[in-house]
Design a protein around this ligand. Structure first.
Ligand SMILES: Cc1ncc(C[n+]2csc(CCOP(=O)(O)OP(=O)(O)O)c2C)c(N)n1
Length: 362
């Protein structure tokens, strides 16, 4: 692994250079077949992201937070987890969530505001994408603490953006996790902006990873557009957590290629020159493709086939999401808040439904 310096001169680990050549050793469990699998997921995810943006433009989807440019950070990190681990993502982690097993129609229903997306399938140890910035870091700490108290093998991993690291919740989570040596990995996708606020206006330290020092935990800064380096860093952190070594903070330096959400116009705050550099020379999918092509594991026909398969799967998901029955707006508010409704919530529900009825009949 070599050290790469980003624009802000912060050293980050890198295994695969932007031109697809190796500058470090591949982890032993990453052979060509596994890297092709990562590549196909990254391509599928980008295709999904583009389709979601188009659906939004057609008025068929609500607010959507695109992740294009961040596929390596997400696939590489989620790939180091086991199915039994607990995942606490933000709204930006859709690529990772799909990889972890989220049915794509659920991701679409989430952006349609359908309450059914507020409940994950039972077999997935994952929460819906958190919108309250950094709140999920605390939830992950709770799950990791439970796992430790019960003597379980599973760890917790939480995912968030650079802006989240300036929230109080984040610092409370890291402190608690470190004091109790909990099996949790904090994974930050530093995509350079918190909406329109650049990292340089959001924190005085030069790197997110540096923040780990204050909690006496390891902070790793990694090239977030290098799926191999991301995987290696996450593997190390996951293994440490699982073996009782406590928490780790990983910063994956990456770039959000699109707007913050469909409600944002990034041309108002982004430097066009830097934007071009990220898109043209640092794209994570291009990097892996160049590597696979040089290995003879990628060609045009394979790409066309994978894109076709991705599009078919996405079309089916759109069909399923759009044919899903609309919720009963009044009732649905109270679904999925708790497994079993508390008496207070039941009272609230009854009075709300009565008020709704009166309104409807007025
Ligand atoms: C507690 C809280 N404060 C403010 C907001 C409004 N908000 C939504 S996204 C966002 C920026 C988050 O940036 P970052 O953590 O870098 O994640 P990114 O969106 O870049 O993935 C803010 C401030 C919120 N959702 N929650």
């Amino acid at each position: 692994m070599r050290t790469y310096r980003w624009d802000n001169d912060v050293p980050a680990h890198q295994v695969m250079a932007p031109d697809g050549t190796l500058v470090g050793a591949l982890p032993q469990d990453l052979d060509d077949a596994r890297l092709v699998e990562f590549y196909r997921w990254m391509v599928f995810a980008r295709r999904f992201d583009q389709r979601a943006l188009n659906l939004h433009r057609q008025g068929r989807l609500g607010t959507y937070a695109p992740f294009a440019g961040q596929e390596a950070a997400q696939i590489g990190s989620f790939a180091a987890l086991e199915k039994d681990d607990w995942v606490f993502p933000s709204y930006r982690e859709v690529a990772g969530m799909l990889f972890f097993g989220l049915p794509p129609e659920m991701a679409l229903l989430f952006s349609k505001g359908h309450p059914v997306a507020g409940r994950m399938p039972d077999e997935l140890n994952m929460l819906p994408g958190q919108i309250i910035i950094a709140a999920q870091t605390l939830h992950a700490v709770g799950a990791a603490w439970a796992s430790k108290l019960r003597g379980e093998r599973r760890i917790a991993a939480t995912f968030f953006g650079d802006g989240a690291t300036s929230e109080g919740d984040f610092h409370e989570a890291l402190n608690f996790a470190s004091v109790f040596r909990l099996p949790v990995v904090f994974f930050c996708q530093n995509n350079q902006y918190a909406i329109s606020v650049p990292v340089s206006r959001q924190m005085a330290v030069r790197s997110v990873a540096q923040r780990a020092l204050a909690y006496d935990m390891e902070g790793i800064c990694v090239d977030g557009n290098d799926v191999v380096a991301v995987y290696a860093a996450m593997r190390r952190a996951v293994d440490r957590a699982r073996s009782g070594g406590g928490p780790t903070l990983i910063e994956a330096v990456t770039y959000r290629q699109g707007p913050h959400t469909t409600a944002d116009d990034p041309r108002r705050y982004r430097d066009p020159e830097a934007h071009r550099t990220w898109l043209e020379t640092r794209d994570p999918i291009r990097r892996l493709r160049l590597y696979l092509e040089a290995r003879g594991a990628w060609d045009e026909q394979a790409e066309e086939r994978w894109l076709r398969e991705a599009d078919e799967r996405i079309a089916q998901a759109v069909e399923r999401a759009e044919s899903h029955p609309a919720p009963d707006a009044a009732e649905a508010l109270f679904d999925h808040v708790y497994g079993t409704r508390t008496p207070d919530l039941e009272d609230e529900r009854r009075s709300w439904l009565a008020a709704w009825e009166r309104g409807a009949n007025a």
